[in-house]
Ligand binder design. Structure first.
Ligand code: MN3
Length: 212
């Protein structure tokens, strides 16, 4: 997939019904085919007349947002964030597993930070539930591999000079409302069964590529 302008709609790495029963096929169609597509189109529209930015990848655009032309900063924050966050969200899920925990170095860092996997889940859940309105709960790492949990509003993304997003928990209503209605907490609890820890551990292990 192209990593710079013009950005493309990512292909899902699974079938639309593979996340059932926790994320239903209809929600996934809307979320990927409509919502993400709109972010991709609007990001390309914002960058179209700025050829100087056409070679930049998404993390570079986002981390340098304050030095972009003023008239496109909001569009890049919302739509660039929207593309980055959703590409990671869809990539970091797989068919549900009831017993779904990380392993290796990432698991050790999670236990060191939070105490146990259950404590980690509670920290992410609290971050997601405490975010008023639309946004995300996150697992992030720094370049040394120290993990943390945070939340962001809207399509803001926690990319920073020493912060790499690992897992976005999308808590916009479009992510769950068709199936869960107002029961955000049920969606959040079920999300943990969908985390593709193999994918997330690979990202974590290769973090130097992100920070270079
Ligand atoms: Mn979303």
């Amino acid at each position: 997939m192209k990593e710079s302008y013009p950005f493309e709609l990512m292909a899902l790495p699974y079938e639309y019904n593979d996340l059932e029963p926790y994320i239903d096929e209809e929600t996934l169609h809307y979320h990927h085919d409509k919502h993400l597509k709109t972010y991709v189109d609007n990001l390309n529209k914002a960058l179209k007349d700025h050829p100087r930015l056409h070679s930049m990848n998404l993390p570079t655009l986002i981390v340098n947002i304050d030095s972009l032309p003023a008239e496109i900063q909001t569009a890049v924050r919302n739509n660039g964030g929207g593309v980055f966050n959703h590409n990671l969200y869809f990539s970091a899920m797989r068919k549900p597993r009831e017993d779904n925990e990380p392993s290796g170095e990432l698991a050790e860092k999670i236990y060191k930070k939070f105490g146990s996997y259950e404590d980690f889940k509670r920290a992410v859940t609290d971050a997601a539930m405490g975010q008023f309105g639309s946004g995300y709960g996150w697992l992030v790492t720094d370049r040394h591999g120290n993990v943390d949990v945070m939340s962001t509003p809207n399509q803001n993304t926690p990319i920073g000079v020493n912060t790499m997003p690992l897992i976005p928990l999308d808590i916009w209503e479009h992510a769950y409302y068709l199936k869960y209605k107002n029961k955000r907490i049920d969606y959040v609890e079920n999300f943990f069964k969908l985390i593709n820890w193999d994918y997330v551990e690979r990202l974590y292990k290769n973090r130097e590529n992100f920070f270079k």
